[in-house]
Design a protein around this ligand. Structure first.
Ligand SMILES: NC(=O)c1ccc[n+]([C@@H]2O[C@H](COP(=O)([O-])OP(=O)(O)OC[C@H]3O[C@@H](n4cnc5c(N)ncnc54)[C@H](O)[C@@H]3O)[C@@H](O)[C@H]2O)c1
Length: 461
């Protein structure tokens, strides 16, 4: 099918490239001319495993980009809205959604055939059927359900494994204002014949996405709360506690063969320095505000956010307890991306960690394997960027591990090769405490007598 995708960011570009690889003809409509240029040259504007290869395969054949929405809509049977939906500090900011709806509506004015508009962005329940439907009707002069249909198809890909997630989906949610819209949306996903599909109305589709993200965020904050208690208990280690919890067969089922399977959800039962990124914080916050607007309490979600906000502070406290005066000390911060496998630093816990260390008179050195510049929130001359792990740690009195990049498993070897034994503070519990002279980790209680940390290494969510 010929499809326009409005918004060529993490979701729009990955969805577009994957659908193009499945035989659809995709036009990405992107307002950033630099991204349009890069995509049309076959160059990938983001760091995402497998995406450059997919662009090489599809650009110029079944995938192209443009900033001219009229041209794209004129040749398309369906369009997806995949623009950003940030949290503005109070509630969800729908500016980009509204603009995209107006642009599509304007482009549909002269259309004579049925067109399906699908909201893929994460939007609070009711947005598709109210805000988007109204704007489309106003700007196109057409009638919903007659001239055009409206679908809601939330996206569940994860940055870092986005292509794999899109290509092997666990579910496809097909929201629609009526059966005709659902049928047309289902047709687009016919190429995923073996995937479970959920046919619902648009509001339910919107709610499924928020409930999914809120559940995962809740597991992380739950783990962090347990970890903070373990930290206060002598000889207790959150990684052992949660490893024991995850052996519950309702979390990791034992098959009739006796083999145990470890579902990915257990990786969210891990303590760390908090969740970040462009989804969990903003989505949980948007749902809290939405609940309040409906006179419904959100006690659990309030606590999820509260715990998460404090988690980078819990992490820096480990440093302060072991090194109370940072004057003249060099502190290496490992990781800027909000999680491994992506160059995305939106709401990264690293930002909060670094903000706490500014004005402590410590020399800050930051290293991330992929991100090579500081996010705007912390752009500061006080901070230097190292080119590799060795340079980052060569002068370090303390090393703070914030992002669970695979490369950081080699920290002990890098330090040993330099004959260095700085204080190591592990915000992701991915290191073996026994490898370091001075080790502090999230959720690790004080050691008494000869008790050694258990050495369970958490799976990093
Ligand atoms: N990033 C994720 O992992 C992820 C996963 C699932 C769902 N989502 C949701 O998907 C949506 C998009 O997220 P993202 O991370 O891809 O955002 P993003 O900021 O990376 O991309 C949005 C893109 O849309 C473009 N844009 C904005 N308004 C436009 C317009 N009117 N016309 C053309 N282009 C326009 C922007 O320039 C940008 O390139 C959000 O609602 C997000 O919550 C994101």
């Amino acid at each position: 099918m010929r499809i326009a995708i409005v918004g060529g960011g993490y979701v729009g570009l990955v969805s577009g490239a994957c659908l193009a690889a499945h035989g659809h003809e995709i036009v990405i409509v992107e307002s950033d001319p630099n991204k349009v240029k890069l995509i049309n040259q076959g160059n990938c504007p983001i760091f995402e495993a497998g995406l450059p290869e997919l662009l090489t395969k599809t650009v110029g054949k079944s995938l192209k980009a443009t900033d001219r929405i009229e041209d794209a809509i004129a040749v398309s049977e369906a369009s997806f809205i995949a623009v950003g939906t940030p949290f503005d500090g109070d509630s969800i900011d729908l500016t980009q959604i509204e603009q995209a709806a107006r642009d599509i509506g304007g482009a549909l004015k002269n259309s004579s055939s049925y067109h399906l508009v699908v909201v893929k962005s994460t939007v609070v329940p009711g947005t598709t059927d109210n805000t988007v439907a109204t704007l489309l009707e106003q700007t196109s002069g057409k009638k919903l359900g007659v001239d055009f249909g409206l679908g809601m198809n939330p996206e569940f890909l994860k940055e870092g494994t986005a292509v794999e997630d899109f290509m092997t989906p666990d579910r496809i949610v097909l929201g629609g204002n009526d059966t005709k819209a659902q049928d047309k949306l289902a047709q687009i996903y016919d190429c995923f014949a073996n995937t479970d599909k959920v046919r619902v109305n648009n509001t339910t589709a919107e709610m499924i996405k928020y409930a999914s993200n809120s559940l995962l965020a809740t597991l992380i904050s739950f783990s962090n709360e347990i970890g903070n208690l373990c930290k206060a208990l002598p000889d207790t280690d959150v990684t052992s506690v949660l490893a024991g919890v995850c052996l519950d067969k309702r979390l990791s089922p034992i098959m009739p063969s006796g083999e145990r399977i470890t579902p990915e959800i257990t990786s969210y039962l891990a303590a760390g320095c908090g969740f970040g990124g462009s989804c969990f914080p903003k989505d949980v916050n948007a749902l809290r505000k939405f609940s309040a607007q409906h006179g419904v309490g959100s006690t659990v979600l309030d606590a999820v956010i509260d715990t998460n906000k404090k988690q980078p502070e819990q992490f820096v406290q480990l440093l302060n307890e072991s090194m109370p005066d940072l004057t003249g000390k060099t502190v290496a911060i490992l990781g800027l991306a909000f999680k491994p496998g992506t160059d995305d630093t939106r709401e990264s816990p690293a930002i909060s960690v670094i903000q706490q260390l500014l004005n402590t008179n410590a020399k800050l050195v930051v290293y991330d394997p992929i991100v090579d510049s500081l996010p705007p929130e912390i752009a500061s001359s006080e901070i230097s960027m190292a080119k590799n792990l060795k340079d980052a740690t060569s002068q370090a009195d303390a090393v703070l591990l914030v992002t669970a990049w695979e490369e950081f498993h080699g920290l002990a070897d890098v330090l040993n090769a330099q004959n260095k034994q700085p204080l190591v503070v592990d915000g992701r519990r991915m290191l073996n405490p026994a490898d370091f002279d001075q080790y502090r980790g999230i959720g690790l209680g004080p050691r008494t007598q000869n008790d050694k940390p258990d050495g369970n290494v958490a799976s990093a969510a």
